[in-house]
Every structure is written in C-alpha cells, then in structure tokens.
Design a protein around this ligand. Structure first.
Ligand code: GCU
Length: 360
C-alpha cells in the first residue's frame, strides 16, 4: 500500500527514466547499464555541473605536521598538504587525517566541512568507534564566491561559460585528489572510504562520490536542490533560485533551465544512480523544507531499480518515511531525522551504524 503511494508520486513527478537511453532503448543488463551510466554522466556534466579535468596535472602531498599522541594518545593526527601543478600554475590545500590506534586499517570518513575549526568531540566519537577521519575545509580549496576561475584548482583549469566547471565540481574534484593521497597511505583501508558532506557540501560530496568509483560509500546530508532532491515537483529551492543565488556552483548551461525544472534533461536520481552498485546514503531532516526531505527520499526510491539490475537491494522501504525512520537494509540507506537543516551527532551515529552493518 505505502509503497504504491511512493510509486504513484514518482510517476506524477514525471522524472526521466534512468534505465532508458536517449534513443529510447532500454538499459536492461548490467553491461548496458555501464553504457547508460556514461550517457547520464555526460548529461549531468554538460548541463549542470560542468566538466572536471581528467588529465594534465601533477600531484604531490606532504605531511607537514604529525602528532603521534593526539586525543590523549588514542590517535595519530596528521596535517597533510595536497599540491597540484598544471599549466604552470599551482594550487594547494591542507587536510587533517586522524587515525585511531584502536583499529588496524580503519575505514575512513572523508568529510568536506564548512569551517576550518576542528571539532574534537566529533573526531573523538569517530575514532572511538574505529573510524579514521580525513577532514578538509571547503574554502581552503576554493572560495565560495562568484569569482570565476580566480583561485584554487579552478585557476589551473579555467573553463568556459557553458560547460566550464562550477565550484561544486571544483570541490568534488579536489576531494578526489585527497582520495589519491589516501590510497597511498597503508595504515587505512582504502576499500572502505566514505565521502560525506552537508548541504552545499552534501551536493559536492555526492558529486564527488558519484563520479569517483573508488569511494565505497557516498553520504549526502540534507543536500537538497542540486544534491539528491528531485527537481520535478520539488518544494523549496528550485533551479531558478540556484541560478539567482549560486550560479557559480554550476556550469553556465544550467541557466537554460531557469524556471524549467520540469523540462530538465535529467533529474537528480541520475546523479544518485552513478553511485550504484556502491553504497549510497541520504539523510534528511523533517523541517528542512528548503531542501525538501520528500524529494530527497523519492530520488532514493527512483534509483532502486538500477541497484536491482546490478543485483543489489537498493532502498528497502514500505512507504513514505516518518520522523526517526531509518532504512538501513539495502544498498541505499536513508534516515529522516526530526528537526531542521543540520548535520549532527544523531546523523553521524546512524552513518556509523549503517557502515558497521554493511561492512563498508
Ligand atoms: C543555501 C542554498 C542551499 C544550500 C545551503 C547550504 O540555503 O540555497 O542550496 O544547500 O545554502 O549550503 O547551507
């Protein structure tokens, strides 16, 4: 019954079919899905986020500080500088890595944060649970302003006004460069790295993990419009709002769709689908109307057939969620937290619970 209501609502939204090619044929095998995945990725980069560099840079990193006895001796903490050179220009940014001593080869949360401040409480909670934390402050990578390609990795690869990369893509690409470093660190489990962010950084984290298949899990917390919320039929923020307030997060082509949310050649379940068959986790908050929890949940439901095609369970649900519901059974996890737009202790506890359950 409840599931039918969700399916009905999805039908009403009229989102483009994720398993149908542009030429009308069906992607009904895992092999065809790989092709369709490419098609979807192209559409999203061309029309929404812009194109990320795929070659033409040199990368290095250096541990510039190390504390062998952080957190009362429970962890090793490193400050690592990532350095990129391309087109005779340089970009660099720091990230912090905290490695718990209680676990050999710990899984990692790669967390894109708003503030450079380092929260001891969150970090201690994660290391006590056997997780390493790699944490980077987003404006250390590139400014959150409409300043074109004037700083950060954007300045190394300036784009055009159409499909040139927006800031979400810049932050996402830079997180992949941190992933490059992590894969060379033998103390961690590189097969279990989850990328996570909240709100605009939930959009960037989702984009990063969707494109970079090395991440075993992708967590979008309250990512809303341009994140995991479907645009079609969405409450709160829409394409015109994004184009008015944050045009530089996206590529120029998105402006074609101002006021045209129903005509987009994609919807956000396309982005979510790129994560399959890896673990995808979306967290919503009941009173987060601007992001629209219902549209976030619906994208997770809409992507479930892709997981099923690939032999996974997708999101296991039996109707629209209520506050405090957690859907942890399938490869698409979801929870609906009471309260407002926030990434809090309750959310982190549930992320860890899900990861423990699935061993990712
Ligand atoms: C604004 C914006 C949202 C974004 C949020 C945030 O509210 O409209 O799209 O998610 O900022 O990042 O805090």
């Amino acid at each position: 019954m409840g599931k039918e209501a969700v399916e009905k609502e999805l039908e009403k939204r009229g989102i483009p079919e994720v398993l149908r090619f542009l030429d009308g044929s069906e992607a009904n095998t895992p092999e065809l899905w790989r092709k369709r995945r490419e098609e979807i990725r192209e559409i999203l980069l061309e029309e929404c986020y812009g194109r990320l560099p795929v070659q033409g840079w040199e990368a290095g990193w250096e541990v510039v500080q190390e504390d062998q006895n952080a957190f009362g001796g429970k962890a090793v903490m490193r400050l690592v500088d990532v350095r990129i050179r391309a087109n005779n220009r340089y970009a660099s940014w720091p990230f912090r890595l905290v490695l718990p001593k209680n676990t050999e080869k710990p899984p990692v949360f790669l967390y894109l944060t708003f503030l450079p401040l380092f929260s001891d409480e969150l970090t201690e909670e994660l290391i006590d649970n056997g997780y390493a934390l790699a944490r980077v402050s987003y404006q250390d990578i590139a400014s959150d302003q409409a300043d074109g390609y004037s700083n950060g990795p954007g300045a190394l690869f300036p784009g055009n006004a159409f499909d040139g990369w927006g800031k979400l893509a810049v932050w996402a690409w830079s997180m992949s460069r941190i992933m490059d470093c992590l894969t060379q660190m033998h103390e961690i489990d590189c097969g279990r790295i989850a990328v996570v962010g909240h709100s605009r950084l939930g959009k960037a984290a989702l984009l990063c993990g969707a494109l970079d298949e090395r991440f075993s899990m992708v967590i979008s917390n309250d990512s809303g419009a341009g994140g995991i919320s479907l645009f079609r039929g969405k409450e709160g923020e829409n394409v015109a709002d994004l184009c008015r307030n944050f045009p530089y997060w996206f590529c120029g082509n998105l402006k074609k769709y101002e006021g045209g949310d129903m005509e987009l050649p994609f919807d956000q379940h396309f982005l979510a689908a790129l994560v399959a068959p890896r673990k995808l986790y979306a967290a919503s908050a009941v009173d987060d109307e601007w992001a629209d929890p219902r549209s976030e949940f619906l994208a997770c439901a809409a992507v479930t057939p892709v997981y099923e095609l690939l032999g996974e369970k997708g999101m296991v649900y039996d109707g629209f969620p209520e506050a405090r519901d957690t859907l942890h059974e399938g490869s698409v996890g979801y929870h609906l937290r009471p309260g407002t737009h926030y990434l809090g202790r309750d959310d982190w506890q549930l992320f860890m619970e899900y990861r423990r359950r699935h061993g990712v």
